[in-house]
Design a protein around this ligand. Structure first.
Ligand SMILES: [Zn+2]
Ligand SMILES: [Zn+2]
Length: 319
């Protein structure tokens, strides 16, 4: 568990006292969830390994109380519930790419919503393979779904989950919200996207998993918040030493993710009002402090930056 008290102090230290208003733990947020607009960091650890205080990647964006979930790493359903958001209220899911730390709980969060009374459609957007993955999920759970429909009179969840395979461009347009996507580099994955949410309470960009990308920096220009994935290079050797195939894993991490210094270069172009470091790799090494995450960024960028924590809530519009 996170030590809430020391977390608060760390947060203040990393933000500076004047930057703290509007950023809190979700459970302590002043705005009621019903009408709230805020970003909640649900899972902030990169990679599919389970353990430690951090959870696998996922984000929750509430716009006027309507929940948008971005990435569905293991633990997303529990994290959204812990943030005070009932699963059946989810209307939109977004997957950045099909690495398992981003999609493992995609079907399960919908199944969890259905178990709690889902009776309205959920639209899901993700790279090529999202439609097929949806179909396969329902095949995997055919027995349970059909038993409960017949036995408990539930609606058919296969009709409620409506997936779309996306390409670059505008993927969703609502009266007050436009969501667009660009491909970002994450070799060997090609179908890999960053998302931008343009809303009346601010523009929020999620980098997804990406190597250093000037394209992403330009995409994020003018954003209120840029949530960027993060690799702390000095921590990588210690991390990969714990696993088999260490050399190959290190090679992948360095080629496919963004070192903190390079996040600073991205942010120096994008100049978001708030930069959030998330999808932390390594995400479960307690010896890596917030200051250590921020030091690399600061070599190239002096703007407002925060290191994500589970259930950190950032009120929108930004304070
Ligand atoms: Zn990842
Ligand atoms: Zn990935």
């Amino acid at each position: 568990m996170l030590d809430r008290r020391s977390f608060g102090l760390t947060l203040l230290a990393s933000l500076g006292a004047s930057a703290a208003p509007g950023i809190s733990l979700a459970q302590q947020a002043a705005t009621p969830v019903k009408a709230a607009s805020k970003l909640v960091l649900i899972g902030t650890k990169g990679g599919p390994r389970i353990g430690g205080p951090r959870v696998n990647p996922s984000n929750l964006l509430l716009i006027d109380g309507v929940p948008f979930v971005i990435d569905c790493g293991y633990g997303v359903a529990r994290g959204v519930v812990n943030a005070g958001v009932p699963l059946p209220s989810i209307r939109y899911l977004f997957i950045t790419h099909h690495h398992s730390d981003h999609n493992l709980e995609y079907g399960n969060i919908v199944d969890g919503a259905w178990s709690s009374g889902l009776n309205a459609p959920i639209r899901a957007f993700g790279p090529k393979g999202t439609v097929e993955m949806t179909d396969l999920f329902w095949k995997l759970n055919k027995f349970d779904v059909e038993t409960r429909i017949a036995d408990e009179g539930k609606p058919d969840p296969r009709k409620l989950l409506q997936p779309t395979d996306i390409d670059e461009g505008v993927v969703l347009e609502l009266p007050d919200i436009k969501v667009s996507a660009i491909r970002v580099p994450h070799p060997p994955v090609v179908e890999n996207f960053a998302y931008k949410f343009e809303t009346k309470v601010g523009t929020i960009v999620f980098s997804g998993d990406t190597a250093y990308s000037e394209k992403l920096a330009n995409f994020a220009k003018g954003a209120d918040i840029l949530v960027h994935e993060s690799l702390y290079e000095p921590g990588v050797d210690k991390m990969v030493a714990r696993v088999p195939f260490a050399a190959r894993l290190k090679e992948h991490l360095l080629a496919s993710h963004t070192k903190t210094e390079d996040i600073g270069r991205v942010a120096a172009i994008a100049r978001p009002k708030l930069l959030v470091l998330s999808h932390l790799v390594p995400g479960d090494d307690p010896t890596i402090t917030d200051e250590m995450w921020l030091a690399g960024v600061r070599k190239n960028y002096d703007g407002r930056t925060v290191v994500a924590k589970e259930q950190m809530a950032i009120d929108l519009p930004l304070a």
